[in-house]
Design a protein around this ligand. Structure first.
Ligand SMILES: *Cc1c(COP(=O)(O)O)cnc(C)c1O
Length: 417
């Protein structure tokens, strides 16, 4: 790959400017690694836990202990971690259907949830397909303020006027495909306190995708009832081959487990099929891998900001997830960006990404992913819906070195347009 002198110098300049941020990221990674390793030691993780289970999967010690470790690491009472959860959307669906009943209201307080949840909730899609709406669950929403903070007044009014109908307050931590700020764990903690002061019974559920291990605490530790994410993002550490997790209070996790398998059976079955070791190894790596992705994001923010693009977060801002957005301003530049990322990937570097109508998304999407695990976005990957302002969302980088290569390639491709 040929990258101009300009980009090489820009990357070097960025690293000098980012030294303090990188040091802080390393400290967070150290603290999170310590928390993971303390839990491994306390739970006496050993080789026998990596054995493959089949059939019903009764008494799979590796699976059960991994759930306990996840609960610890997340600051939760209980957790469910399964390779058989096919995606983040699936994990979220399990949590939503596990808790909500006919007549209940799901109340999203951080604006519109992630695109793929629209059909799950019943905001789009066909009546009769089995969305929450089909089952008589209503949906209410409050957007964030212009500055990205919660609208506490409106949230308070809704909770008071709708009362017990609101069974769940739903918060998406990360920006997803929206041009907004990502919420910090501290902000989510404030929200939980506020919600509890009005409606102590409500379940606070957090879509934690892309937020894991970016800070030293997770939303469960500040009172969320259920926190949900994907193992092919941060917490799988680039090792887990598939899967998702739900962590939270005993009751919330139990309800989710009844939806995952069957009422009454819950988390006690489910063959591990040889996936335990990769999930353990993934959790072990996750704080470090997340740090690699964060450094890559900072680097990109610096480079693209210097090239004149609007980026979020800014290069010198502290982050609450691993996503970096670059507003490219045109379909052509968005595609160039994604093509550069693809070229700078370890797998499929020779292919050219094209926009397509992806199932579950309402606009055409272009994606770049040269990943060892299909669709893994803790690996360097980029995507963007083809709608103004043509924002590229990118994330990941299993190693900072490879992330740096991908970012330099993307910058070069955009200069070449
Ligand atoms: C990725 C993501 C999801 C959905 O995860 P998939 O694995 O793509 O189904 C949901 N919410 C947010 C914020 C995400 O980033």
């Amino acid at each position: 790959m040929i990258v101009s002198e300009k980009i090489v110098h820009l990357a070097e300049e960025a690293e000098r400017a980012l030294a303090e941020h990188f040091a802080r990221i390393d400290r967070v990674s150290f603290e999170n690694t310590q928390r993971v390793m303390d839990s491994f030691r306390e739970h006496r993780v050993c080789d026998a836990m990596f054995q493959s289970g089949s059939g019903y999967g009764y008494d799979d010690r590796g699976r059960d202990v991994l759930d306990e470790i996840w609960a610890d690491v997340m600051g939760a009472e209980a957790a469910l971690v399964r390779h058989s959860i096919v995606s983040g959307t699936h994990a979220l669906t399990i949590g939503l259907f596990g808790i909500l009943r006919p007549g209940d209201v799901m109340y999203s307080v951080a604006g519109k949830p992630y695109d793929t949840l629209e059909e799950v909730i019943g905001l789009t899609g066909n009546a009769g397909d089995g969305s929450l709406r089909d089952f008589g669950v209503d949906y209410a929403q409050t957007d964030l303020n212009e500055d990205g903070s919660f609208r506490f007044d409106e949230i308070g009014d809704k909770l008071r006027t709708m009362g017990k109908k609101i069974k769940m307050v739903f918060v998406q931590r990360s920006k997803g495909y929206l041009n907004r700020k990502t919420l910090s764990v501290a902000e989510i903690g404030e929200l939980v306190k506020f919600v509890r002061s009005i409606s102590p019974e409500v379940f606070v559920v957090v879509d934690n995708c892309y937020g894991e291990f970016v800070e030293t605490v997770e939303p469960c530790a500040v009172g969320a009832d259920l926190v949900i994410g994907s193992l092919i993002k941060n917490p799988g550490g680039g090792m887990a081959e598939s899967g998702g997790y739900l962590a939270g209070t005993k009751r919330a996790v139990e309800l989710a487990s009844y939806r995952l398998t069957s009422v009454g059976i819950g988390a006690e079955v489910g063959a591990s099929l040889g996936q335990n070791k990769l999930m353990y190894k993934g959790l072990f790596y996750a704080p470090h891998t997340t740090a690699q992705a964060l450094k890559t994001a900072h680097l990109a923010a610096y480079i693209f900001e210097k090239l004149g693009y609007c980026v979020e977060p800014h290069w010198n801002e502290e982050r609450h997830d691993i996503i970096q957005t670059v507003i490219t301003g045109s379909a052509e530049l968005l595609c160039a960006f994604c093509r550069g990322i693809q070229e700078g990937s370890p797998v499929d570097a020779f292919v050219t990404p094209e926009p397509w109508a992806m199932p579950g998304y309402s606009d055409q999407v272009i994606m770049a992913a040269g990943a060892f695990t299909q669709g893994s976005s803790i690996e360097l990957s980029a995507d963007g819906p083809l709608r103004p302002p043509y924002t590229a969302f990118f994330q990941g980088g299993l190693t900072y070195e490879s992330g740096r290569i991908g970012i330099m390639a993307a910058a070069q491709r955009m200069i070449d347009v």
